[in-house]
Design a protein around this ligand. Sequence first.
Ligand SMILES: [Zn+2]
Length: 683
Amino acid sequence: MLESFKGEILSPVGSWEMLYAAVRSGADAVYLGAKDFSARRNAENFEIGELQKVTQYCHIRNVRVYLTLNILIKDTELSDAVDLAIAAYNAGVDGIIVQDLGLASTLHRLAPQLPLHASTQMTIHTPAALPILKELGFTQVVVAREMSLKELEDFCKEAQKYDITVEAFVHGALCMSMSGQCLLSAFLGSRSGNRGLCAGPCRLPFAAENGTGYDLSLKDLSLIDYIPTLYKIGVRSFKIEGRMKRPEYVAAATKACKDALVNGIVDTELQNTLKNVFSRSGFTDGYLQNKLGRDMFGIRTKEDVVSADKAFPILHELYRKEYKSVAVGINAVIKENEPITLTLYDGQNTATAKGDIPQKAKTKPTTYDDVLKNLTKFGDTPYFDEGGTIKLDDGLFVPASALNALRREACLLLDNLRADLSREKLSATYTKSFCQTQRATAPDIIVRLESIDQLPKDITGVTAVILPLECDFAPVENLINIVDIPRGIISEALIESRLLKHKENGINTCLCGNLSAVTIAKKLGFNIIADTGLNVHNSESAQTVADLGASAVILSSGMTADNIASLASPIPKGIVAYGNIPLMLFKNCPIKNGGDCSDCKKDKTLTDRKGVEFPVRCRMGYSELLNSVPLWLADKNLYGIDFKLLYFTNESKERVREVINAYKNGSPADCPYTRGLLFRGTL
Ligand SMILES: [Zn+2]
């Protein structure tokens, strides 16, 4: 089906009207969710039974269809998720967008034909992730929105070597957190961003000192002017965000992106309309330009809403008519004593319609121009005339109505050929094949410190200590020493050199919270522990990280106690069981406003509208929002885990000692605390 891949404008679709708006404005591909398992579970989405109609409508018009299945999956859902992906493929879908490592590897194993796209929720932002994506069967990757032009260029060069298509967001909302690394909505309101139900709490007031008061709310992204540049450096899929927005928005954004890709420019009027139709105090290109800072922040103001109301009616005009996306060659034969024939050829399919035998002209014979005019009236179709031949004998008469009927019939025939679903049907079903390993009766205690100075003298009962990669420290005797690689990787070279430094010191185990970190650590011969950033949420994901070389796994902090207990892992599994755990990961430090974070003080916080303070921690070019209160599970029985990770941030050495003791003794909390999502789960 695919013509040579010249780059695609990829538009969001949540309903039939949005689909028409996208396709009629020039989308080359659309992405949409099915009713379950989509990162926008509040969007209208499509029933699985409708998908075939959608793909047929799209394929007739040269438009590819991608299904979003980009959430973290529970063990109990894996089978349904696999069924959905297979059903979608059989319904003609051209790609499946996946976040969950276990789902991806399961799909690739069961149905290697399935084209898998790595969701932006996988937080891919440096090239070292590429060999793993290749191994997992991904053919396209949606990169993180935080990348600069230079980073993107380097990434694209490397992606070419792996034959992986690079997809980048060029328009729409910007999350404050790197996608896939946000627990804010889950922890604050039980609505998980990793499960498709983000409630957007970052748009509420969170105030930094000298900030805007909305210091987690970024303006919308718009890189439309850069599309020709992005194409030049190797980006091939240009994605528009907004499955929950209006069709008018989709139309305006699609048209503008398409103009930029095809013509290199977008007229000012359309640019203005686009701004009016939806923005948050205007747009930003801060990440691409590597100009982070205060300018990037914005909220949806009253003015933004008013201008949208004015813009909508004009925009209907953009998608009233079919977009001419398919060139057809025409071959017509009108001869005496033969039924007239019209053949349409789209480069691959040939559709021939036959009419009646033409009559002899009594007065005015049909002319070549009459025939041409009527046979090329493709008004209500996506087809346009690319030339051809008309053989017309002299002295014949064919009524215009007959020519029109013939054209309509040929178009329908061609529609049917283009919509054909003759691809080989897949029939894979998922059956569980993993085994549960034996669990220790008393899980080990592992501590994660910000600095070696927090380590108490008495560490009985602790088996391992984790320290930040950026810290210099001598290995602690009698403990396994582990370094924690930041989830946000500002420079692969820097990560490598820091790892090597620790290796010289005799430390050879590290936490990897990003696929790039896994590649780097493996290359340098480190033992790998899969960190929470890899979002291991089910047994297949645990198997996948084990296959990638991990010797232990820290499960996603978005899981319930029941799901944790029943998750089967071939390697030791643990959870973060204490601490002010990171809820967000930023490249744009809200404290420093994008400046150099090296002097960001440890006691910096953001204050929410109720006056609650959330600490911000800055590490090697990225920062994290920490929860306002620690997770406390010392007094809870946790089943099926091999270790508990106590995640210390700003605690004193004395407090670290107290907490370790409390976890050894099963003590109740002695401070304000949260149980996280362990016992309430998320929607
Ligand atoms: Zn900072």
